[in-house]
Write a protein that binds this ligand. Structure first.
Ligand code: FAD
Length: 403
């Protein structure tokens, strides 16, 4: 039996963890027969979640089979249902409902996150979540189907609940999408609702005027300091009593880490993320590393913490894979760090905003920023080519180069 590392999840963090563990195995002259690296996920694909608000969300999937073959990474199809820290095993459910137990010497938890759905009356029944591939495809089908419905103000209105990054990207995409579907001359209405005083509250003061100006230019209405109180088949009622007729409510009220984090012995933050040690190890579970959206990790010595983002997930993944392999091969583990932070927010046709630093200094706006956004979304965040040397170069850069 080879020694083994299991990695739960084939998203940004899981793929980078597997590649970096493979790179390190190669660097140390250890063969895949001596150390097996296995990714467990429902399919050997990476869902490009940051593109789910775009057209044709069903195409936002990158295959991993050839990349894994080129780097001697195994893939096991299934969903992890349980982690047994004491026995060092995981329980995996296959699509036919059967379960199996897999042992691990080191485990990397990279199972990502899901949308947060509060108990708002009617939300589960009438709202559209859009943070997972199947949800985004369902929303897209619904939007396409609006063309078949009789014209009405409700049909032509989209309400977005939540004015964070994801809510803003969905909202600013909607006017053009609705016109494409309903006809260029159609009167369309998009309303974005948030309980806070401002849109993009997490981004600080400097970018706000650019974002607000963009919302105005697109004709998007804002309702701030109010919440979504209830949904029904014909519309939404806000917490101040306002009623908006709509067939489409997109819920974008935040993310929560994979529920698998609840099975670990460590404390979790308010987003359900495991509070990890500096090398991403799980306190109380020395053989387990948590990474990507499942980990709350310090990025620097200034008190900043990784966001639930690809930017952090890729590097967190590379560190977790490195440390899992280092631990098994008798090498020292490395403390995760990622001092640089940028945000590139899509703001609809030909517009985006690119800001740098935790205080969000605006560097580029408009069409130029949109070009950067396209480069990030369509090139940078995709998995590397199925070539061993190129893949190792890519993951080493993810772990060592801070931009
Ligand atoms: C609409 C949208 C827009 C976004 N825009 C941006 C952006 O502009 N910039 C940015 O940096 N970030 C953005 N994000 C956030 C970003 O997508 C996430 O932070 C990122 O995907 C986290 O990577 P991850 O690898 O931790 O998790 P994920 O990418 O979610 O991958 C998790 C993996 O685990 C698998 N998995 C889950 N549960 C199990 C289980 N029980 N067993 C086995 N496998 C499991 C999944 O199938 C998947 O393969 C956006 C997200 C959304 C939804």
């Amino acid at each position: 039996m080879p020694r083994n590392i299991l990695i739960v999840g084939s998203g940004f963090a899981g793929t980078m963890a597997a590649l970096e563990a493979s790179r390190m195995r190669d660097e140390k002259g250890v063969s895949p027969d001596e150390l097996a690296i296995t990714v467990v996920s429902p399919e050997p694909v990476m869902v490009i979640r940051p593109r789910l608000y775009e057209r044709n969300p069903e195409t936002m999937v990158a295959p991993l089979t050839d990349l894994f073959a080129a780097t001697d990474i195994r893939h096991h199809v299934g969903r992890v249902e349980a982690i047994d820290n004491g026995a060092s095993t995981i329980t995996v459910a296959a699509s036919d409902g059967s379960t199996s137990s897999l042992p691990y010497e080191r485990l990397v938890l990279a199972a990502g996150s899901e949308g947060f759905s509060p108990p708002i009356p009617g939300l589960a029944e009438f709202g559209f979540a859009a943070t997972q591939l199947d949800e985004a495809v369902m929303l897209d089908r619904h939007l396409q189907g609006l063309a078949e419905k009789a014209a009405s103000p409700g049909r032509n209105t989209v309400v977005v609940g939540g004015a964070g990054f994801t809510g803003l990207e969905y909202a600013t995409e909607m006017p053009a999408r609705l016109r494409e579907i309903l006809g260029e001359d159609s009167a369309v209405r998009v309303v974005i609702v948030d309980r806070s005083d401002h849109v993009a509250a997490a981004m600080g003061d400097e970018p706000r005027p650019f974002i607000e100006e963009r919302l105005r230019a697109l004709g998007i209405e804002t309702r701030l300091n109010v919440g979504v109180a209830a949904l029904d088949a014909d519309g939404v009622t806000l917490s101040d009593g306002e009623r908006i007729e709509t067939s489409t409510v997109i819920w974008s009220g935040g993310m929560r880490a994979s529920p698998l984090t609840a099975q670990l012995p460590a404390d979790r933050d308010n987003l359900g993320r495991t509070i990890v040690e500096p090398d991403l190890r799980v306190p109380g579970a020395p053989k387990i590393f948590a990474t990507g959206d499942t980990a709350k990790a310090q990025t620097d010595s200034q008190g900043n913490v990784a966001a639930m983002s690809c930017q952090h997930a890729r590097r967190l993944g590379a560190f977790a894979g490195h440390n899992a392999a280092a631990d098994l091969l008798g090498e020292p583990t490395l403390p995760y760090d990622q001092p640089a932070y940028v945000v590139c927010l899509d703001l609809g046709p030909d517009h985006a905003i690119f800001a740098r630093g935790w205080d969000s200094k605006v560097e580029v706006t408009g069409a130029q920023a949109k070009g950067i956004k396209k480069e990030i979304n369509e090139v940078w965040i995709y998995p590397p080519a199925a070539d061993r040397a190129a893949a190792y170069e890519n993951v080493l850069a993810a772990r060592t180069i801070d931009f």
